[in-house]
Ligand binder design. Sequence first.
Ligand code: FAD
Length: 378
Amino acid sequence: MDFSLTDTQQMTRATVRDFVEREIIPTSARYDESEEFPEAWAKKMGELGLFGIFVPPEYGGSGLDSVCYAITIEELSRGDASAAVIAAVCNGLACEPILRFGTEDQRREFLVPLAKGEWIGAYALTEPGSGSDAAALRTTARLEGDEWVLDGTKAFVSNGSQARVVIAYARTGEKKHDISAFLVPADAKGFTVSKKESKMGIRASDTVNLSFDGLRIPKGSLLGEMNRGFAIAMSTLDGGRIGIAAQALGIAQRALEESLKYAKQREAFGHRIAEFEGIQWKLADMATEIDAARLLMYRAARRKDLGMRHTYESSVAKLFASEAAHRAVDAAVQIHGGYGFVKDYVVEKLYRDQRVTEIYEGTSEVQRLVISRSVLGK
Ligand SMILES: Cc1cc2nc3c(=O)[nH]c(=O)nc-3n(C[C@H](O)[C@H](O)[C@H](O)COP(=O)(O)OP(=O)(O)OC[C@H]3O[C@@H](n4cnc5c(N)ncnc54)[C@H](O)[C@@H]3O)c2cc1C
């Protein structure tokens, strides 16, 4: 087995890391404090081709593989997890389903500007009354002549107030899984941003409620087949979860780097704290779990690139990486002592940013459901 990265994958890491050091890290605390959407980051990420990483060049993308995608999200998250979310949603939750399920016309109209970074995209599955049980959604879509009419409210939509197009899921039949996917332009009449969330972490990422009030879109806005939207939503998450694993990993990696730096300079009892076994073991556990999480993430990404089913591998990577990151940020705050609890040190922010990786794109409980179904052969 070859665990080395290709030249392109190494170059992707170096390019994104350089961008993060220069443009993200210096302004990260400011955006965290103000909860403002970082337009400057989004513009630059789009220009660098970071919104259409695995989209083929004929549709305006960078034509790289999913391992490059995972590396990009990890590196962005090492700088600021909000930057990683903005890019992950554009790539994994907006470009991916249009590339896989869109018609040629839909790809030209929606995928090309998204992949080129000219537009921001969003994915609206969750509703105020349904999250883990996504198929219980209540937004409806009915065909009236040549138009679909959508009514309902979507919750927790990342990039929601910034997006030019939202992939929204709505009920189109009587049965629980009679759900369809739609390409909804944000300038459609009846589209409103009805609430902006104020969050514990990833505060620079945009999280909003969207209301569709008699929203009319052309008949050709259906993405994929009618009543097949739930399968589109779930298979989109198979890829999306690789992105969340990468996001968690970037946070954990930064927590380790900051802890190493601090432990080598902070003194107690006449020694650097890095000389204490109690601190060394924490660092060793962080490094070990980060390595394991990264290999799980690469495995899932590689299987996706080979066109193999990767539902199980993505869930395992997301579950392990997010929980390893939880342990890593906790250890990082502990290693920093009182300074880990104040905003002068970035570990305080890492501690808050990590938490959502165990919640979105399927909570840890939902990942365990997916994994147990697979191991039980259900
Ligand atoms: C910052 C942020 C950004 C988000 N971005 C998006 C987005 O862009 N698009 C989108 O569609 N959604 C988004 N979400 C929504 C997210 O995916 C949901 O919050 C998540 O799926 C959980 O749903 P819920 O919040 O309704 O919790 P619930 O489903 O109500 O779950 C509550 C608790 O019950 C547990 N639980 C539920 N069912 C089971 C079960 N069968 N067995 C055991 N335990 C169970 C859950 O694990 C959880 O602990 C975002 C959420 C956040 C916080």
